[in-house]
Design a protein around this ligand. Structure first.
Ligand code: ZN
Length: 140
């Protein structure tokens, strides 16, 4: 399977079968994130165990990329400390902005790495960044 098909497959899978969609009753932090240019609208919730993110969930609606990207992000950040999660958000931003292209450096983004080609789709950049930008606002 080439990278384009793999990208489509992964985005579809996270969009149709999100692992972290829902609502917590007792989050430690929550924040809404909106991307008016596309109509993407998410609500992100985090639960902490000390400094570590022990659980996270989102709800909302929007295009496939916005919803898949936040689901992938949550996959990645559960178990991370605030600083580690912020670092990962910064790395994702750098990838989407086309500033970091080194595969080894991007490895820690795991499946979110497959959103790399969004940097060639200017109209989709804000969609891909929505969850990560919201996370950064919450923790930063
Ligand atoms: Zn969108």
């Amino acid at each position: 399977m080439d990278l384009k098909n793999l990208y489509r497959e992964i985005v579809n899978d996270h969009n149709l079968n999100p692992q972290h969609k829902g609502e917590m009753t007792d989050p430690d932090m929550e924040l809404r994130g909106v991307n008016p240019s596309c109509g993407d609208d998410i609500f992100l919730q985090l639960k902490f165990d000390g400094d570590k993110i022990s659980d996270a969930m989102f709800k909302g609606s929007g295009c496939a990329i916005s919803q898949a990207s936040v689901d992938m992000m949550i996959d990645n950040i559960i178990g991370l400390s605030k600083d580690e999660a912020l670092k990962q958000s910064a790395l994702f931003h750098s990838m989407i902005n086309g500033e970091v292209t080194d595969e080894e450096e991007l490895e820690e983004l795991d499946e979110a790495y497959y959103l790399k080609d969004v940097c060639h789709m200017p109209a989709r950049v804000k969609c891909a960044l929505l969850g990560w930008r919201t996370l950064k606002e919450m923790l930063g």
